[in-house]
Design a protein around this ligand. Structure first.
Ligand code: PLP
Ligand code: SF4
Length: 333
């Protein structure tokens, strides 16, 4: 990559910037999501429009060492009782901060043969009781192909629950059709975790999409990523979490940014994350408070982090700090 040269001359137009970045990381944005941009460099813009900063090469290509925990191509098996099922490399939009930047939108697609290997793997491992259908975005699959994946998973007796991870509700809510809902609800218990990062993403259209899914009996959860310049302040996050509950989506996780190559400019400090949780806890509904996690580099998995609520343990008592910073004691035993 001729970055040095480019910095000297400077890319003359945004189009040049776009071409340069997209040769390394594909660019795709839906018409709907683009329509939410109010001005250059707002929260919607930053998530979807390529930036030259992506070419700064710090970070890891596979920050979670997923390839290491992948026994067959479409499975990541890290935890004892659940697996990720990597269903496709396609997404409706390529989020600039994506952890799987190494994979999404690349030609290395997932075939039906890969899926079958995945089904076989799960069949052979009776401890797997939870399958997370992920990607890429599984809702880029046609209704028929998605039904095929879900039906095959459902045939496996020890699979108790299926979860779908999708950003489609946020970036292309029209995909949530009545037909899709009628297919999904045949595979209960089915959960959907989606990915709203900013209150501006909660629109009439995305609310309707959530409404349809919730009416099909699908519990909805949200996983946000803490992104510099997008949602790294308490007020934005609080508003997002509150608005999610209004559209019947339960905040599940906030992730600290993975150390993914090409997305370092989105990273925030750990303290910024802790401050947000502190700004939520006690100040708004407990229902609105997700768990803040770091998905540890090199395959350590998700590790929750939280602000201290215990100031000391002594003389048989624990001293607790409440949300107003007042101290209270409680017997240790
Ligand atoms: C996130 C993740 C899961 C699911 O974790 P939960 O904490 O149960 O939501 C499962 N497998 C892998 C590899 C993951 O990264
Ligand atoms: S939809 Fe998910 S997998 Fe696809 S680019 Fe965005 S964050 Fe990555």
């Amino acid at each position: 990559m001729k970055i040095a040269q480019l910095e000297m001359n400077g890319p003359t137009t945004e189009l040049e910037e776009l071409k340069l970045v997209s040769s390394k990381y594909p660019v795709r944005i839906t018409k709907y999501y683009k329509s939410l941009i109010k001005e250059k460099n707002d929260a919607i813009w930053k998530q979807s429009m390529p930036s030259l900063k992506e070419l700064e090469d710090s970070g890891l290509t596979d920050p979670l060492s997923e390839e290491h925990d992948s026994p067959v191509k479409c499975i990541v098996h890290r935890y004892p009782d659940r697996v990720l099922f990597y269903s496709t490399s396609e997404c409706a939009m390529f989020c600039r901060f994506c952890t799987r930047k190494r994979k999404v939108g690349k030609t290395n697609t997932v075939s039906e043969k890969d899926w079958n290997e995945g089904f076989e793997y799960i069949k052979k491992h009776p401890d797997i009781r939870d399958v997370i259908v992920s990607g890429g975005d599984p809702l880029t699959l046609s209704d028929e192909r998605l039904d095929f994946v879900l039906s095959n998973l459902r045939k496996i007796k020890h699979v108790q629950i299926i979860r779908i991870g999708t950003r489609m509700l946020v970036v292309n809510p029209d995909r949530i059709t009545d037909k899709l809902c009628s297919i999904l609800k045949q595979h209960h218990p089915l959960y959907i975790n989606t990915h709203f990062n900013h209150p501006d993403e909660i629109t009439y259209e995305s609310s309707e999409a959530c409404n349809k899914l919730a009416n099909a009996g699908i519990p909805l959860g949200n996983q946000s990523v803490l992104l510099k310049g997008v949602n790294d302040d308490i007020e934005t996050m609080k508003l997002l979490m509150q608005k999610l509950l209004v559209i019947r989506v339960k905040p599940y996780y906030i992730y600290m940014m993975d150390l993914v190559q090409g997305a370092s400019h989105f990273r925030t400090s750990v303290q910024a994350g802790l401050d947000i949780i502190e700004g939520l806890r006690g100040h708004t509904s407990g229902m609105a408070i997700p768990q803040l996690v770091i998905d540890a580099p090199h395959g350590g998995g998700k590790i929750p982090i939280m602000p201290d609520t215990i100031s000391s343990r002594e003389k048989g008592e624990v001293i607790l700090i409440n949300f107003e910073n007042k101290h209270f004691s409680y017997p240790l035993e």
